[in-house]
Design a protein around this ligand. Structure first.
Ligand SMILES: *Cc1c(COP(=O)(O)O)cnc(C)c1O
Length: 388
């Protein structure tokens, strides 16, 4: 039999994607991340980044990086070699103090943190139970762990409870806190209780919670008034509200030491830029002091939701900055996204396989940096599209 070339294997798949309105492209940004951006050469009001507090281009972060002479841009090596700079170490300590956990450990991306935790903690014969709408990185981490992996219906804790009763394998429950494509919240109180009752461990991906929710932006656990217990693992990322890049795992000393010893996505990779660690330390200060930014963000969410309800948009039940408008068909979502572009608004169409096949949507995200006028103008264009 003839073995395939790359072209024979992929050209048909590429053509098929295009025919189904599922082809993806990378918009080219020529300006910093902010509400008004140059995208593909055109000025656009950006309503689809995850820069919830508007920190990605904050001049204070840039100034902190420029003022520092203790590090260069490159880490030069992995953390266990010579890559672990004081800025990484201090950032980990500052995060742990802020969250009230024993220790934190940095990762270059949230994707890698989610692989690392599940691969390291779980093994063949164990069981991972994950929400159906968990982020792709959590799903990939579960698959790569070697454990049995079962998904329960979105937010269906009764179904999760039945799975827990039915098994006596060592078990890890894994969930997003704020779901990245729907914007709704997992019930962490019940999840933590279920975990405790069944001696399961609990892993929460708080990528969209840290910085946004809770006292001083401490995230979803703080939002629910919960302490992070010994068999709980928290993953947070810096690419969203912090406005930088990278991620951390927070939890007990035993957890963090085990990751340092055994987690391949931690060991076999160059440390994040020490300058990024410094930038993130500055971002953490701004997040802690960010009550005004969080209040502004909440006001912007409210303004959008009230306006959207008035014009009859099909919103999901989300109190978070993630406000999806469900349009079902991929080509409808693309057409709306294109029409918004024509009017100067950048809003991504989210399609299969990121969401289920008939669940294509516009994923509108709000930031504290948006002005009331920008939100009003977006609503106006959406209103015109409703009758279109
Ligand atoms: C963005 C995101 C990640 C990935 O984090 P990166 O640092 O961008 O790799 C993981 N989980 C969730 C829920 C996310 O939204």
């Amino acid at each position: 039999m003839m073995k395939p070339t790359i072209a024979t294997r992929f050209q048909a798949r590429l053509d098929e994607r295009r025919a189904q309105s599922l082809y993806r492209q990378r918009p080219l940004a020529l300006s910093p991340q902010q509400p008004i951006m140059q995208i593909n050469g055109l000025p656009m009001v950006n309503f689809c980044s995850n820069d919830y507090l508007g920190l990605a281009s904050d001049p204070r972060i840039k100034a902190a990086v420029c003022a520092d002479n203790s590090a260069g841009w490159g880490a030069g090596a992995a953390h266990l070699v010579t890559g672990h700079h004081l800025h990484h170490h201090l950032l980990e300590d500052e995060l742990a103090d802020w969250l009230g956990v024993e220790r934190c450990l940095l990762f270059s991306t949230g994707y890698m943190a989610n692989l690392a935790v599940q691969q390291t903690l779980m093994q063949t014969g164990d069981l991972i139970l994950g929400d159906k709408l968990n982020h792709a990185s959590l799903i990939d981490g579960a698959r790569a762990s070697g454990a049995d992996f079962k998904r329960y219906p979105h937010l269906d804790l009764a179904a999760l409870g039945r799975r827990l009763v039915a098994s006596n394998q060592p078990t890890l429950i894994v969930s997003d806190s704020v779901f990245s494509m729907d914007g709704d919240l997992a019930d962490l109180v019940s999840l933590q209780n279920l975990a405790k009752t069944h001696q399961a461990w609990l892993m929460i991906d708080d990528a969209h919670g840290v910085g946004v929710l809770g006292e001083q932006g401490r995230g979803s656990f703080s939002h629910y008034g919960l302490a992070i217990s010994a068999d709980t693992i928290l993953v947070g990322t810096f690419g969203k509200a912090f406005g930088t890049t990278g991620a951390f795992v927070a939890g007990s000393t035993v957890l963090i030491e085990s990751l340092i010893q055994f987690a391949r996505p931690f060991i076999y990779t160059t440390a994040m830029s020490p300058m990024n660690a410094l930038a993130t330390r500055e971002a953490l200060k701004l997040v802690k002091q960010g009550n005004d930014l969080r209040a502004q963000l909440q006001a912007n969410i409210l303004q959008f939701r009230e306006g959207a309800q008035q014009i009859g948009l099909n919103l999901l039940d989300s109190a978070s900055p993630i406000q999806p408008v469900i349009l079902h068909q991929a080509d409808t979502a693309l057409a709306w996204s294109e029409a918004l572009k024509q009017k100067g608004f950048w809003v991504a169409a989210i399609r299969y396989p990121t969401v289920a096949k008939n669940q294509a949507r516009l994923r509108i995200t709000l930031s504290a940096a948006h002005s009331a006028e920008q939100i009003e103008d977006l609503l106006q264009v959406l209103n015109d599209l409703m009758v279109w």
